[in-house]
Every structure is written in C-alpha cells, then in structure tokens.
Ligand binder design. Sequence first.
Ligand SMILES: [Fe+2]
Length: 238
Amino acid sequence: MPDEYLKKREFVDCRVTVIPFAASALLPLRKLYAEIAGNALDAGVQIGRKSHEQYAGFEDVRMRWHFANSARAIGIFRAVVDGCDLRRAREIVGHRPDFMRIVQASFVEIVGSYPPGRWHSDFTDEGLGADESATMLTPLFTFQRNFGGLEVTAVERGMPLDFDDYAHVYRYHDGEAVLFDGSAMIHRTQSYRAKAAARRVLVCWQLADTSRRLRPVLKRIGDRNGDPMFFFPHEGGG
Ligand SMILES: [Fe+2]
C-alpha cells in the first residue's frame, strides 16, 4: 500500500507522522473518562493516577495522568484503536504488526495554564532503539485555540544541542492522531496560557515491539515510570 509505505518512511526519517481517523471512534474513551471523574468504573476496569512532578516552576501546574491499570482497562484503549483507522499505527511502526501492541495507555489532563516544560524522551532505555516503540496522541475533546501543541525536534536522544533551535510545533486536531517515536526523539508539551478551569485532555497510547527480546527492557521502563506494561495480544489476535 503506497500510503502505508510513505507513512512508514516518514515515521522512520522524521520520527513523526499523523493518522486521520473518525473522531466518533473515541466515544468509548469519553465514556471511560466520565466514569473516572464520577467514580463509576465497571468491575475490573482499574485506572491509576499520577501527578506532575513538583519541580521548580511547576508548583502550580495541575497535570495528571489517568492510566490503564488492569487488562480490562487497557482493553478499552486498544479496542478503540483496533476499531478505526488508528489501527494503522501498528503497521507503521516497526516490522512486526502482530507484536506491535499497545502496552500502556492514559488520559493526559492539564487544567489551567502550562509553563515551558522540560524536553524529554518517553520510554528511555539503552535497550530500546528507534522504530521499536511509539507514542500516539489525540485530543479527547476539541481543543481551545490557545491550548499548546506538541513541540517536536529533529534531535535524537543524547545529542548535545539546544533543542529550542530545532523544534517545530504540531497542533492537535479532532480526527487526527500524531504518532511519533517518543523514545528516539526529544519532545515536550508546548507552553500555553488558559483560564484556570480550562481542561486540556489528550488520549495517549504507547505502542511497543513486544517480542521476547524487548520484554525485559519494557518491563524495566514500566517499573521506572510506575505504570504496568501489558504485553498480551490484542483482542482478535496480534
Ligand atoms: Fe513525552
């Protein structure tokens, strides 16, 4: 499929690409988010919660991650991807779609403004190389115009450069997910100012090659970032 080939090349060469999809596919996740807020989760659906680290300048930041903390919870995030064009992500990243699985997923919520943050890479580990994992993000609800996008760079992890000079901003849209190699490429949330009650929510799926060789590496990353990794096959195989 020529378009698939181009997306794959873009992902490998630029470390970032986008996937259009029908935004209505997110409805089960809007429902899940509402159930988290209302403390009304179905039996077996466990969601963990983490807050932003309290480092200097971030004391007032209200940022939280609501992450899948059980097989049933990750199943809801996986089913959305497998049921719409977002499933293409598993073909675009790496070489083994059946082993390219969603290993972690979360809602990333910021309430109010967000100051200039730290440049970072996701899934940072010596044992994990480029094109072996990816982060996929899309708005859960329509963004306000002032909300920050995703600042991506042409900088590989470990390069001693001033990232600000090499960054460009991806702006989020309904019905489009940004798929990027969050492990190999340095990135951050773009800073923005918003009303105190303004709620910016992203859906975040983390994909990784779950073949046997990488499982200990992924396990290590999961232990470090505090949320479990799910390696078992997606529903319907693969
Ligand atoms: Fe990140």
